[in-house]
Design a protein. Sequence first.
Length: 206
Amino acid sequence: MIPSLFFVELLGQIDDLAELKVVLYLFWRLGKRKTFPRFLTRRELEADPVVRKGLAGLGVSALSQALDRLVDRGVLLHRRMELKGKQEECYFLNTAGGRKAVRDLESGRLDLGQVVLPEAPPDRVARPSIFALYEQNIGLLTPLLADELRAAERLYPWEWIEDAFREAVSYNRRSWRYVQRILERWAAEGKDDGAAGRRARRTRRP
């Protein structure tokens, strides 16, 4: 069954044919699964004849790009796992059941021989995405907030976004609305160098 949220929020946002086909397929395929946890691996999707036929002619990277977009939108949860001795890219729907599955796998409460692998340490500390920053400090991302986070990333300097999350956590006010109010206050009143205020004025200029 396709969630009503898809029609209310996502249908108007998705403008890529491959992304639309992939998300509809995932709703259908995962909806048919009776076992818990419900997820699909990239390897399964790449080998599925329905997916291959549906994306034929859309480019060799159509599936990969569609999955990345759906993760960015918060429709899918992506985790790297080890299944039967093989490393797999796994995708869960960002629903109550999907979020519970990810929490149970990461905490060890769900033991099906599946191990969530840590990210390989980079040569240098990489800047997290704003979506990762949200999930690390507030909670799992919902599709409703994805566009707001993208807009904030365009509007404010990255250092300000990190500082705003840090300040919200220090006051135990773990909500995006609180972080957003901090950023808006800094943009209006200034913080250190006024960079965000200047960027906001340039963004709003007709």
